[in-house]
Design a protein around this ligand. Sequence first.
Ligand SMILES: *Cc1c(COP(=O)(O)O)cnc(C)c1O
Length: 393
Amino acid sequence: MPERIPFALPDITDAEVDAVTAVLRSRWLTSGAECQAFEREFAAAIGAEHALALNSCTAALHLSLEALGVGRGDLVFVPTYTFAASAEVVRYVGARPILVDVDPVTHNLDPDALRLAIEVSRHLGVAKAVIPVHFAGVACELDSLWEIAREFDLAVVEDAAHAFPASYAGAPIGTIPPDIRGTSCFSFYATKTITTGEGGMVTTNDPILAGRMRVMSLHGLSRQAWNRYSGGTWKYDIVAPGFKYNLTDLAAAMGRTQLGRALEMRDRRREIAERYTAAFSDLTSLETPVVPDNRVSAWHLYVLRLAAGASEAKRDQAIDMLSAAGIGTSMHFIPLHLHSYYRTTYGYTPQDLPVALDLYQRSLSLPGYSSMSDEEVERVIEAVRDMNDVLEP
Ligand SMILES: *Cc1c(COP(=O)(O)O)cnc(C)c1O
């Protein structure tokens, strides 16, 4: 029996090991020169004015809403097809998440559904912000989204946890048009496209948002206090009750190395995805992922769908068959409105957001990380093709 192929595996080379080791030897472990350099280099990579390194993407989302002044009585629109973090941060600031259905091709926030959700939720509070998620690394329909943000005066907090490096109409994800208030939030969790073990980054072109997030990310200490990391003063002032969200230099050093390899790793993931799609093109029981023409995907996930009409039981059977063949898979995501917290707190039922429900019942994610060998890719292909024979109606 050949070795099991895990669903995800970080792509770590000697360069990352050396970078982290050098920080250990320096004895400066927490936020310092490595974090500053990581922020500078990340901002430059996407063309953003400001970048703040944090210990998670969840922290980035939370700080964004706080800095935007979202709070009690406010509504924040979130696609239901996402991870827990995208909506829990709305609760952190006391606002109400309004879950929105998604596009049947990209699994991303559907602009028409967003418009409708804004209209029908007027009696529940003030529409303040939207958190689009660029699912699997494919950008949302951003032109429509910017239009809606302008029309309803919504701030935009991009959940870009899957979307580095990715672009929409030639513009890298992580920059928002200058007339819209907003931020972009990235994740460096162990399974993401670049990793620091745990970590995140928030970018913005708005200096006021950037300043507020920096202060709130470290206990609400005044700006001068931050400078103590670069040899400033012992004096500090607490200007607000902040949080403890800073990144370590150990993590930042690893992040800088990963950042330098980001395009090369994406190219490999794209190569694997193209190989899969070509190999599955004749399988009638399956649908392969589509990247719209004006977008470059980060290829964070390769999400396969059983053909329309397939039951959830068949999808579960597919996962079991791949597992029996030694292939690790995953499922992204169980829509938020199916979870007990959202059902009991806000009264959602599964059919309230029917597109997401259908996509969830038919989807599974295949391994597609950059360190996979060609031989492993071929083993996945073979297992999926074998499975097709069983799934065929
Ligand atoms: C991973 C993920 C997050 C959270 O990232 P952390 O860095 O673990 O906080 C947020 N949103 C989505 C869509 C994710 O997949």
